[in-house]
Structure formats: C-alpha cells, structure tokens
Design a protein around this ligand. Structure first.
Ligand SMILES: [Zn+2]
Length: 330
C-alpha cells in the first residue's frame, strides 16, 4: 500500500537545510537537488548565469539548490526531469503531448524551489529581510495550499475535475528571436514563465485554470502561430497581469482515505460568493506591466496608452484578430 501521508512544512515553518523539501525527512545538508534541472542548466548554459532573488541578492542558476532526500530525488525528481527533457526535445508538440499535471509539477518545483530558498534564508535569525514572505499570513496560506497540490509529485493524487494552474504554450518565430532561454517568476502573484528554445511556457499557479478560461479566446488565436518575441512579451504581460488581479485562493479537500486506496482524490472549492474572482482591471496598471515586459524594445507607457480605451497591442489588430508579425520595426 502506498503511503498517502502528506507533509506540511508550513505548520511549524520547517524550512531548514536538513529537511527534504518534498517529504520532510531529516537529511544531511549535502543532499540537494537543483531548482533548475541539471539537463536544463547544461542545455542552456545556465550554471554561471545570474538571476536576481527576491531579497535582491544575486545567485547563479547553478547555485540554486534545495534540500532533497535520496529517495525523492531518484523516485520523483529525476524521472520527472527526464520526461520533460524528452518532451522538450520534440518542441511544442512534445510539450503539448505531456500530461498537464506533469508540467504543473515541473513548473511548480522550480517556483517552489525559489520560494523555499527565500524561506530558508528568512528562517536565519541573523537575517532581517526587507520584505519577509514568512511574515505575511495570507501569502503563507496560499503557499501552503500550493504545496498541498505540488505533493502530487510524490504522493499519488487525482484532481477530481480541475488542474491547479493555467498553462499556456507558445511557439516563437526564430526570425528575430535572440534568446535561447529566459525565465521569469513573480513569487507573490504566482506567475511563472520559462523559455526553452522556440517554446515559451507561461503558467499561473493555484488559479484552478480560471485565467486560462478567461483568456481562452486569445490563447486559441495563438494556436498554430509562430509569435514574434514582442508578441510573446505582450501575452506574458496579459497573463501576469491577470495573476496580479486574481483575487481568490482555492481550497483543496482530500476525500476520506479507505484502507486499500492507492491514491488521494482532491476536490476543490473557490469562494466566489464573498470575493470577486478578479479585482477590477486597471488600464494604467496593465500598461505598466506591459511596459515592463516590453523593456527590450523600449516602448513606454505613453505609447501604450495613446488610445486609452484600446492599449497598444502586437497580438491583435483593431478587429481583435490575430496579426502575423514577422519583423518588428519601431
Ligand atoms: Zn524526500
């Protein structure tokens, strides 16, 4: 019989260098797993590449590792990394062919890995972070819910009629694409994106697919298209902004376990009676997000909002149809 016991590190804030991040087992601090899979680091030459952490310190992708016991590493992490590596080698078709739950776990592990890195630091009594995630009860509640579903990595779990995230896969046209790899995550709004060669995966975690449903029309328009990098940036701005105004936290309930059960079944509930699902759309805030994403092209907010009712778009024409864009001229 499989062990269906879940681990809850948030209960006692057990974020240490000596507890497996996934199952909690006490381990030697030498046992670790990279946040960004070994194959990813090799393929995209990331080991020495720098990234900015939440506390504004700089680390390299190679530095980012989290405590992980040998069992979790060999049984759960490595097989998942191998599966995604194989699928990614087939481009967008390969990744679309993977079960969504697998992609959720893969993205979730990277997101959670960067979060755990932050939490372990904050648990250090000699450190006084400027913005402590661990002191925000609302955020901790969301992270706790998220970790509950992320444990499907280790504990066999069926999500009854939902997937705990929104996933988008976009294909980039190679003509003006200069970046083999790119990665972005927003710890608090739980938005994440990663670029693997010609494929960009954009994901919002813990929204039960609501953002994907809200963006279904736009996403359908991009299907089968090769996007210019500036179009991808706009798509990301829309998704990240939706995550930013997303206003509810799904609750997850485990159905009672019977003695011979070999998996957990989870149901979910979103309280949309007391809370609006999205906070109101604020055009200025969206323009700001878009400006951030469009930084490489140096397009400013005034330009984005020249027509305040219809912000600048590279994805859609004025009839709201997808526009093909091969080369961008400013
Ligand atoms: Zn473990």
């Amino acid at each position: 019989m499989s062990d269906l016991t879940l681990y809850d590190p948030f209960e006692r804030m057990q974020f240490t260098e000596t507890n497996c991040f996934l199952c909690g087992t006490a381990i030697s601090p030498a046992l670790r797993t990279p946040v960004f899979g070994e194959w990813l680091q090799q393929k995209y030459n990331l080991k020495e590449k720098e990234l900015l952490l939440l506390d504004k310190s700089v680390a390299t992708f190679g530095d980012l590792t989290i405590p992980c016991c040998a069992l979790c590493q060999t049984h759960y992490i490595l097989p998942l990394e191998a599966e995604v590596e194989q699928a990614a080698a087939q481009g967008i078709a390969g990744l679309k062919g993977l079960e969504e739950q697998k992609l959720f776990q893969w993205v979730g592990k990277m997101y959670y890995g960067t979060l755990v890195t932050e939490l372990i630091k904050e648990m250090n009594p000699f450190m006084e972070p400027q913005y402590a995630v661990s002191e925000d009860p609302k955020m901790l509640g969301r992270f706790g819910s998220f970790f509950q579903v992320l444990q499907s990595l280790r504990v066999p779990m069926v999500f009854s009629d939902f997937i705990p995230c929104s996933l988008f896969l976009l294909e980039v046209n190679a003509l003006e694409d200069e970046l083999p790899f790119e990665y972005q995550d927003e710890l608090t709004s739980m938005a994440f994106s990663i670029k693997l060669g010609s494929v960009v995966m954009v994901c919002t975690l813990l929204d039960n697919g609501i953002i994907r449903r809200a963006m279904a029309k736009l996403y359908a328009l991009t299907s089968g298209q090769q996007l210019h990098p500036i179009q991808v940036a706009e798509f990301k701005a829309r998704v990240f902004y939706a995550a930013y105004i997303f206003n509810v936290v799904p609750e997850y309930f485990i159905r009672p376990v019977k003695p011979d059960d070999d998996r957990l079944v989870l149901d979910t509930l979103i309280d949309d009676i007391r809370n609006e699902i999205f906070n109101p759309w604020d055009m200025k805030a969206y323009a700001h997000m878009l400006e951030e994403m469009l930084k490489p092209w140096d397009i400013r907010e005034q330009e984005i909002l020249r027509n305040p009712a219809m912000p600048l778009s590279f994805l859609l024409d004025d009839k709201n149809q997808f526009q093909v864009l091969e080369r961008f001229h400013k």
